[in-house]
Design a protein around this ligand. Sequence first.
Ligand SMILES: Nc1ncnc2c1ncn2[C@@H]1O[C@H](COP(=O)(O)OP(=O)(O)OP(=O)(O)O)[C@@H](O)[C@H]1O
Ligand SMILES: [Mg+2]
Length: 334
Amino acid sequence: MTKPVFTFFNNTGGIGNTTLVYHIAHMFALMGVRVLAVDGDPQARLSAAFLQDEALQTLWDDTTCAQTLYRAVHPMLRKDDYVAPTPKEITPNLHLIAGDLGLSCFEDPLSEQWCKADDNNENTYGRALDILTAFWRCTQEAAANCQAEIILFDIGPNLGAINRSVLLGTDHVIVPLGADVFSLRGLQHTGPALREWRKSWAIRSAKPFKKYTLPKGDMHVLGYVAMQHQERLSRPVQAYKQWIDRIPGDYRQYIEETTSADIPKIEDDSFALAWLRHYKSIMPIGQEARKPIFSLKTADGVSGSQMATVRAAYEDFQNLATHILLKANLAHLL
Ligand SMILES: Nc1ncnc2c1ncn2[C@@H]1O[C@H](COP(=O)(O)OP(=O)(O)OP(=O)(O)O)[C@@H](O)[C@H]1O
Ligand SMILES: [Mg+2]
């Protein structure tokens, strides 16, 4: 039985994707759902959120086992198969397969293998399918080993071959959106890229192949998480309002392919998984303490007045985690 894979992705950077994966992974774990978080971004910011620099360095230097995605798939650059990753325990319910800058060296081989998977020669496309599905196969094996019930992937904001490989093994895509022109522009590329990849993977994965069951390449988009910027008197500042208002319509147009005549107004916002506030004052405290913001205590440096924001953040992320599981038909995990 494979475990459901959630990938958080938009083709625009710096909008809080990694922060979202970090917090939602912790929230699922607190709710009793066993999580395997995977850092599929060579920049490894998710790993840096979970681990101190020294711990990361130790893990990168350790050649006795594969603690990073890079080390797990590295043998595939030769003729071999992957080695099963050894996830790092963060909490009893939360494990991490760390990221590594070295993973960037997979960009070119994965591009090459994408073309080869379209070949008619069984040996050629067979090896290509092995390589293209390596992230999916090795993370599924790791999830089974640490009894994870769901897998969460953080990836970088690009349409490159590493992300395509992660996404073809993804059941549910969650799209983070900031209230700015870049996020909305990102949607114009994200929607068509996912459609193209689903179509191309369906052709590649339909070839006769008996070694193991290939991932379906659903990449079903569950919805978006909108990050709101600062609010004044509970109203968004004017500069951001125009982008906030455009989020539901642009999402439908580019991700759901709704025709412009059918694009609903903001009130009909059923694809929103959450509208997260800007947790401006407590986010740096959480980063310093290496804790999710909703677990901060006064001993971490949070003032009495900030505790209301900590509690609000707990509720926001708990609601989001619940919403994600319900929309993904995983209510039994609640
Ligand atoms: N809800 C939030 N409230 C306050 N600050 C936030 C929030 N979400 C993210 N940030 C801050 O925004 C910055 C960018 O966040 P993050 O690294 O998560 O974005 P990203 O989309 O993963 O970026 P990249 O494209 O570099 O991978 C970080 O400094 C983070 O602390
Ligand atoms: Mg990131």
